[in-house]
Write a protein that binds this ligand. Structure first.
Ligand SMILES: [Zn+2]
Length: 425
């Protein structure tokens, strides 16, 4: 029996905001009690000029020289789902005991707006040079004392963030999840045979009222896709006129619950519980409606380097999809490789395939990546969800590591959040 989860050293779990100093210049700020994410340090910052930060003084030295990758997890809160964090700069600094003249810093400038959700920044420590950390004053990873997290809000925006944790030294399992939206006939004629030629599965998110219309799949084609082990998932009854955000409760039920029930009655029970928001967009009302019957709701999410599933209450995940459109491997390979190297999932979404050669190049590129990164998995939404939620896999009778517990660096038990889900060899 092999452990599916190998957790690394927790540098910070942020469970107690009282251990941190929240400060900055030219701004108002405080501990966030409204949008607080339970068990984490939640803060709000508004109208800052620069250098708003939350800092932890360990008082003694922390040796961070062992791991070569550091993962920083945080949650950006939005007032109404689409309201962004309004963050222009985010910086992480590990400062040596001797003070501010010797530090490592990772800066992400001008992210624009981070949508509401969970994020994971995976940054590589420099070997000698070449990593993503800027080094000032010949700092030493074995002598870290302060950790500082800087956020610069945009203009007068209020940024609300829950800092979830910093870890290093765990082995993650990257995933590439293959999905198609709208139920185009090319799902059946082009995507299915190509994906099957690699031994993978994919997910087709269909619009129930459009079965059999021009260029759209029939139910018989959906049956064939599902019968071959792929997913048929819910992409609403009609796609809405501009999406779901303006709809009232009864209209939401007609777009979300009714097609779910129909897909279940058609026998697509493995995958009908996975939903994709029309146009990738949602707000908290729509998310709540989707949560009634669905395990995941996929949207479009940028920037890619941070995108990570967000586990909501009730066990539903918000999945950050990426519209592949007609991109080929050359135009997407850099961001996909970055996600794989960071152990992060990458969710591809295609629509109608009008350039088969580009799809072929994407799939061939992904297949080649599995040679370079043997832990990389490729598959459908339901396969990814089953892994993410910790359900036993076919070759696995039970797990010898329990979700929810893991030893940290000093041997005590701490909560492990499901979006940190990782596996070992
Ligand atoms: Zn769509």
């Amino acid at each position: 029996m092999t452990a599916r989860i190998t957790l690394g050293t927790i540098i910070e779990d942020f469970s107690n905001v009282a251990l941190w100093v929240l400060t900055g210049t030219g701004a108002t700020h405080g501990t966030d009690t409204i949008y607080h994410k339970e068990g984490n340090a939640s803060v709000w910052m508004q109208n800052t000029t620069a250098n708003m930060y939350i800092q932890r003084d360990h008082g003694s030295l922390v040796d961070m020289s062992a791991g070569d990758t550091i993962f920083v997890h945080f949650h950006v809160h939005g007032d109404a789902g689409l309201t962004p964090g309004g963050i222009t700069t985010m910086r992480i600094a590990f400062i040596e005991d001797s003070g501010v003249t010797k530090y490592f810093q990772f800066a992400f400038n001008s992210p624009g707006s981070l949508a509401e959700g969970d994020y994971c920044i995976a940054v590589k420590k420099p070997a000698a040079t070449g990593g993503r950390w800027d080094v000032t004053g010949a700092a030493d990873w074995s002598r870290i004392r302060y950790v500082s997290l800087f956020v610069d809000p945009f203009g007068t925006d209020t940024v609300k963030i829950s800092w979830l944790g910093i870890r290093m030294g765990y082995s993650a399992t990257p995933w590439i999840v293959l999905t198609c939206d709208d139920g185009f006939t090319t799902d059946y004629t082009i995507v299915k045979p190509l994906v099957e030629s690699y031994g993978w599965h994919f997910s087709s998110y269909v619009i129930l009222s459009k079965f059999g219309l021009t260029n759209l799949m029939t139910r018989a084609q959906c049956d064939a896709i599902y019968g071959a082990g792929h997913d048929i998932c819910n992409h609403t009854a009609t796609h809405g006129a501009g999406g779901l955000i303006a709809l009232d409760q009864s209209a939401l039920a007609a777009e979300i619950d009714t097609p779910y029930e129909t897909l279940m009655s058609y026998g697509y029970t493995r995958s009908a519980k996975h939903f994709a928001y029309p146009y990738g967009s949602s707000n908290s009302t729509v998310v709540d409606a989707v949560r009634i019957n669905h395990l995941t709701g996929r949207r479009f999410h940028t920037p890619d380097m941070f995108a990570h599933p967000d586990l909501l209450s009730g066990g539903q995940y918000l999945i950050p999809g990426k519209d592949i459109a007609e991109a080929n491997w050359a135009t997407r390979s850099a961001e996909i490789i970055e996600a794989v190297e960071a152990g992060r999932p990458y969710f591809c979404t295609w629509h109608q395939i009008t350039n088969q050669a580009n799809l072929e190049s994407m799939l061939a590129g992904i297949a080649a990546l599995q040679t370079t990164y043997p832990t990389l998995r490729v598959g459908s939404t339901s396969e990814y969800y089953n892994w993410l939620a910790g359900f036993p896999e076919p070759d696995e009778v039970s797990k010898d590591v329990v979700f929810g517990d893991a030893s940290d660096s000093v041997g005590t038990l701490v909560p492990v959040k499901k979006y940190l889900c990782v596996t070992g060899a």
